[in-house]
Design a protein around this ligand. Sequence first.
Ligand SMILES: *Cc1c(COP(=O)(O)O)cnc(C)c1O
Length: 219
Amino acid sequence: MISEALNIVRNKIPTNVTLVAVSKTKPVEDILTAYEANQRIFGENKVQELVEKQDALPKDIEWHMIGHLQSNKVKYIAPFIQLIHAVDSLKLLIEINKQAKKNNRTIKCLLQFHIASEDSKFGLSLSEVQEILESDQFLHLENISIVGVMGMATFTSDKEIVKEEFRTLENYFHVIQSRYFKFNDSFQHISMGMSGDYEVAIEEGSTMVRVGSSIFGSR
Ligand SMILES: *Cc1c(COP(=O)(O)O)cnc(C)c1O
């Protein structure tokens, strides 16, 4: 079931788009099934669950933290995390940098934009992102690498709203890229699209989709 579902999703994703299999709440057995079908990138949204699964599963899995991250929990994932998707403050970046340094690593991060109409969703505005990137403190963070942007669309069946929000995120990506990362090829990712909207997201320029229930079943 999982491997068939995985292949259905894979067949809808072009090769230049990265698939993050979102395994939150699912048991390690399910992750192993996807692993055996050659999936190597998995996303989780809770630190404790992520740490336990990382410990129990093969070490060549690339773990992504996709959920809201509290500064005081960064230390638990800093030794192994490959990408943190939802960075939404300078304070958090400073802490990620500190823990990355302790572990002698550089940790890749995406800046989360608020693109949905619901105010329950986390994320930054364009001016807040610019404030972070222009701050003196940011310039001194040597153990983080900002590799792109991330966002979540409004939870609605109205595809036009979702499309417009993804379009906005794609536009923010280009604004930030041209102003701050023009000569930095690492800044390349737009993480957008989940089970309900990843096809629209890809049409609008997503380079990384985070798909859970379409692979592992509903939660
Ligand atoms: C749960 C989650 C997903 C995946 O959601 P599905 O609808 O199950 O595909 C993607 N991104 C984030 C941030 C999530 O928390």
